[in-house]
Design a protein around this ligand. Sequence first.
Ligand code: FES
Length: 109
Amino acid sequence: MFLCRLDELPDGDSRGFDPARTGQDTVLVVRQDERVFGWRDACPHHGGTPMAWRKDEYLNAARDRIVCAAHGAQFDVATGICTLGPCLGQRLHSVGLVVDDNEIHIRET
Ligand code: FES
């Protein structure tokens, strides 16, 4: 499923998507250099709480951790493991992505 073009997501930025058209973003994507990481926008601390503090804003100031706006949990961008906060050691659920011809897609299973 197509999400966006790679060049629409600047290096070091994040973006939320609503691929299932639920009315709220359920997938977040972070770009680091030419790599993209996809995670469900659902914090493991409280039963899948959406994490953005504002539309498309999922990262800390250093742009190296995903942050949950609810209680400040921080997650490694590449592994999804919580490195700080109330769900320490738990992890985000991965969303498989494919980058093809400058387009980011969710990998079909
Ligand atoms: S719901 Fe995410 S840190 Fe509490």
